[in-house]
Write a protein that binds this ligand. Structure first.
Ligand SMILES: C[S@@+](CC[C@H](N)C(=O)[O-])C[C@H]1O[C@@H](n2cnc3c(N)ncnc32)[C@H](O)[C@@H]1O
Length: 257
């Protein structure tokens, strides 16, 4: 039986592919990659191609449609899992290409669970990668977290109420999947005077990357699905760190050292 790898490729820049992932990409493993529909484009596969690799003849696109209908999704997960298992049974390793990191909001987790549900003897390994928001923070030149900062990463679809309440507790809020509610978020940021503390990043790490600090300028625009918003809340009222990792020294000790 072969082994299934969740192969994180990072957000789009081939330079952000880890060495571990790169080694596996050179191996004779069978490639599988996600598409939204039959003959659809795979962003994950395109990252590997942008790195100068060729799609091996032994490769298959697996369909994962964009729907919230659980029954439809489960059927596609099952179909994909059966396809993976068929190849593993030929004693061949399978690498499933993932955009960003395979542990972070990734189809790979559904695929892996379904595969193990069908055969719990199958070995699975997740290869860690650079997430979209790590890359976005770097290109926006906005730190995700400084010293004792708190950070929350959520799909924006939870809505404005949740965004507002999280900003009370988090210094940095990362909103993924912003496309459908971007205008509502811009209205909210305007009302809260937080536009200057926000940044929109689309296709971070790819050649089509956009970093927009003037978030309000996006009002009414149909942005790409691969986009996120970083919001920092300079007005957050901080709690106290009750027990930190740093040693507490008196000022006399500090000065005497
Ligand atoms: C299903 S999640 C995938 C997250 C991905 N596994 C990761 O590690 O970042 C898709 C969402 O992640 C964000 N995203 C993924 N890739 C991105 C990129 N290159 N630039 C900006 N946002 C991205 C977008 O918010 C998108 O709607």
């Amino acid at each position: 039986m072969g082994k299934l790898y969740g192969l994180s490729l990072g957000p789009g820049d081939p330079e952000l592919i880890t060495r571990r992932a790169w080694t596996l990409l050179q191996s004779p493993a069978y490639w599988m990659y996600p598409v939204k529909k039959k003959n659809g484009i795979s962003y994950a596969l395109n990252i590997a191609l942008a790195a100068g690799l060729r799609v091996p003849p032994e490769s298959t696109a697996l369909i994962f449609p964009m729907t919230h209908n659980r029954q439809i999704l489960v059927n596609y997960w099952l179909q994909a899992a059966h396809t993976v298992i068929k190849v593993l049974q030929q004693n061949q390793d399978v690498i499933f290409l993932v955009e960003g990191d395979a542990s972070t909001f990734s189809t790979f987790q559904h695929l892996a669970k379904t595969v193990v549900g069908l055969d719990d003897s199958i070995e699975i390994e997740t290869i860690a990668g650079v997430t979209s928001f790590n890359a976005a923070a770097a290109c926006a030149k906005m730190p995700l977290a400084d010293t004792d900062d708190t950070v929350a990463i959520i799909p924006a679809g939870y809505g404005i109420k949740m965004i507002e309440s999280l900003l009370d507790d988090f210094d940095t809020l990362v909103l993924l999947k912003v496309k459908p509610i971007l205008d509502d978020i811009i209205d909210f940021l305007t009302a809260k005077n937080l536009l200057d503390n926000s940044c929109f990043i689309e296709k971070a790490g790819s050649i089509e990357e956009r970093v927009i600090h003037d978030v309000a300028s996006l009002y009414g625009e149909k942005v790409n699905y691969l986009s996120l918003l970083m919001i920092q809340n300079p007005n957050r009222i901080r709690g106290e760190i009750i027990r930190g990792c740093r040693k507490i020294k008196s000022i006399t000790q500090e000065l005497g050292k």
